[in-house]
Design a protein around this ligand. Structure first.
Ligand code: FDA
Length: 308
């Protein structure tokens, strides 16, 4: 792994660095480039703007690695409020939610996470939309896939996420590329040991393409999450080769990253879903974005220094 990326990902889990960055006066302005804001109102307003421009949305209430059941409960309530608002505002057919199981109790107790995720799924069903379970570091993969399987018994539309950097992923794709199965494929954003993940970026990309082929050949609904122009081109070509029409798969990108490309793909008739985070707990999310792209880090540090 690139040393800068390793350093930033280590900082993402460092409490002292977190306190400095999270309280720097400018941070909140910079964060706005990648995050909708802190409140449900902010999230709904940004969703409306994206939907009106022809995009679809998946909303993430920020927070992860919760070891406090009160915080897990607050996260569930935030999702319930959001889903209710999406329904009331007529946005639920274009906007779903993404949930990190570690934010709803997975580190405390798998059963608690399942119960909490079930409450979110029930609210999504009432609102007329769907839920995707984000994938976190490799120590949670089996637990997340177990919870996914349990949720899908009642709500078969619950989306999975698979990370191309994990050596196991092609096997997981084989198990999940079934009819009706919504699967988001991403490269993977956590610092992982070489024993479980490819260290070389080229190997990750080759793994990604193998999974693209397997997902397109299967009967599920693939959701290709990447900003990588080369992969976007390959996905488009492979989709044509597999006679996949627009609407039988989708592209996904993060809010604030390559917005022009998001609109270009939508104008070609593709479904493009923007992953839109909101809430006060933006630190871990932002640090992963910094790790992916040194230009983002420079932008962030320059803004910090110019104010301090
Ligand atoms: P990568 O970061 O390797 O970038 C490749 C190329 O893309 C760059 O060389 C550049 O050309 C272009 N590019 C990237 N950023 C750009 C920018 N800011 N401006 C211009 N060009 C840029 N991860 C995870 O572990 N679990 C999860 O659940 C999710 N969920 C998720 C949802 C969605 C919708 C997305 C888009 C991503 C995730 N991820 C994730 C994150 C994912 O694993 C990965 O870390 C990032 O998407 C970065 O990888 P890329 O595929 O974009 O390529």
């Amino acid at each position: 792994m690139n040393p800068l990326r390793s350093l930033i990902l280590a900082a993402a889990r460092n409490g002292a660095i977190r306190r400095v960055v999270a309280t720097a006066p400018v941070s909140r302005d910079v964060v706005r480039r990648f995050v909708a804001g802190e409140t449900t109102e902010d999230a709904v307003a940004t969703t409306r703007r994206l939907v009106e421009s022809g995009l679809t949305v998946t909303l993430d209430y920020l927070g992860e690695d919760t070891t406090d059941s009160t915080l897990a409960e607050a996260t569930v309530r935030a999702y319930l409020e959001l889903l209710d608002r999406l329904r009331a505002e007529g946005l639920a057919d274009r906007a779903e939610v993404s949930v990190k199981l570690s934010a709803v109790g997975q580190l405390l107790d798998e059963r608690l996470a399942l119960d909490n995720a079930s409450r979110v799924c029930r609210a999504a069903e009432t609102a007329g939309t769907t839920v995707t379970l984000d994938m976190e570091d490799h120590t949670t993969t089996d637990s997340t896939l177990r919870i996914l399987a349990e949720l899908r018994r009642t709500w078969p539309w619950v989306g999975a996420v698979l990370q191309a950097y994990l050596r196991r992923t092609l096997d997981d794709v084989g198990r999940l590329a079934a009819e009706g199965s919504r699967v988001r494929l991403c490269k993977g954003a956590y610092k992982e040991p070489d024993t479980v993940a490819f260290a070389d970026a080229g190997e990750v990309d080759r793994g990604y393409v193998r999974c693209v082929n397997a997902l397109l050949a299967g009967d599920g609904y693939p959701m290709f999450a990447t900003h990588d122009p080369r992969l976007v081109r390959i996905i488009s070509e492979r989709a044509e080769a597999h006679e996949r029409k627009p609407g039988s798969f989708e592209f996904q990108m993060l809010y604030g990253i390559r917005p022009d490309e998001q609109l270009r793909l939508a104008q070609l008739g593709h479904t493009v879903r923007v992953y839109l985070p909101y809430g006060g707990e933006w630190y871990g999310y932002l640090m992963r974005r910094m790790a992916e792209r040194p230009a983002n880090t420079t932008f962030f540090l320059r803004a910090l220094m110019s104010r301090n």
